[in-house]
Design a binder for this molecule. Sequence first.
Ligand code: GDP
Ligand code: IMO
Ligand code: MG
Length: 426
Amino acid sequence: MNMSTKVIIGAQWGDEGKAKIIDILSEEADVVIRSQGGNNAGHTVTVNDEVYKFHLVPSGILYPGTSCIVGNGVVIDPKGILEEITNLHNKGIATDSLKISLRAHLVMPYHKVLDGIKEEYRGNSDIGTTKKGIGPCYMDKAERSGIRVCDYLNFEVFESKVRENVKIKNSIIKNVYEQDVQFDADEIIKEYSEYLEELKKYFADTTVLAHEAIVSNKKVLFEGAQGTLLDIDLGTYPYVTSSHPITGGVCVGAGVGPTMIDECIGVMKGYVTRVGKGPFPTELFDETGDKIRDIGHEFGTTTGRPRRCGWFDAVIGKFAVRTSGLTSIALNKIDVLANIDKVKICVAYKKGEEILPEFPASLEELAKCEPVYEEMEGWGEISHIRSYDELPETAKAYVSRVEELCGAKVTMIGVGPNRDQNIYVN
Ligand code: GDP
Ligand code: IMO
Ligand code: MG
């Protein structure tokens, strides 16, 4: 077999520019598959200064020859995906090639409300979720009470599952959280039937489609959502999402075996951002942080919240390379660091006198860590540059240091949001 499958994941806290990389690679790809997360993801693609924002639809949809799959590990808000499809149609983009897994779980109205209520209940220890109902939906999946896409095709099953869930959720909302909101099962059944009827033509056993594409040597891309440190097992728990954004999540979430994966590309930014709460060792609270946020337009694609910004953290980079078996790095947004005299990279963490060799598991330990920085010379404007050789020596040195510290080659460098603002490194 001469397979060509590439997994693209976020190697930081999300928003690394994964969609831009997917879009660039999609020109040559036959299939793009999402395998986890839901519409908490906000994926931006810019083509000739026109901006497209994706939440559930894979970012390969702009190419007419590329099929797009929403896999079994994704949690689907039917209203959300219909809105996205309509927006695409309004822009003249066809979605005939879209397929939605029969095994994917549905985000229900009570999931979204519970997401908000739980956040409020947590008070100061809130996670800062996107309030899209993602956590509560994955909770039901793990608890085995969730509702799947295929349930809709057997209406009696669908109806009875909605009724059962509404009964329990209403009771939890009223008796545990002491809130007034109550759901009406009939209304939900009616509303969701309309959405799902419209979406029915996209339903498929996507595991079969993925397998067929791979064994017939089609070029397949797996589009990660969120990022390594938001992984429910490996991230900064509990300040994480409820799925597996690391490469390992792809096999489960798309229903393909690990032997089917050729390459694992980790997307990083030349600095780090984080939306929502949780630890962030290299976070900047000064003018440089503000400058990066302004120039990098670091505001959430899904929620519009300002993203917290900080220096590149190679401890995290190394952790991502190790936990995802990354074969290469796509390093985006180094253009945003232009005209900063001295650029810093965090090379290790220091806890008192002790140097920590790896990213710690415990948040209490992480809180005691100070970043150890290395300073490097900055560079000027680079957004017009399209070849590695033309990059300033200082920018090349920065890229090399990222490679050395993280332990994987940088094969793509982003110098702007547009599709063509990318440099391939041999
Ligand atoms: P994703 O969630 O990982 O797909 O990333 P987002 O789309 O949420 O955020 C990345 C933002 O950076 C988007 O607005 C992109 O258009 C933009 N972007 C991606 N790559 C580059 C780059 O190399 N330079 C600059 N300046 N912007 C970039
Ligand atoms: P993309 O795919 C950045 C963050 C939220 C919050 C935490 C939990 O665009 O990179 P959730 O709603 O998932 O329960 O929120 O995860 N988060 C993201 N941060 N990029 C994302 O996706 C994110 N998806 C979720 O801000 O801190
Ligand atoms: Mg995003």
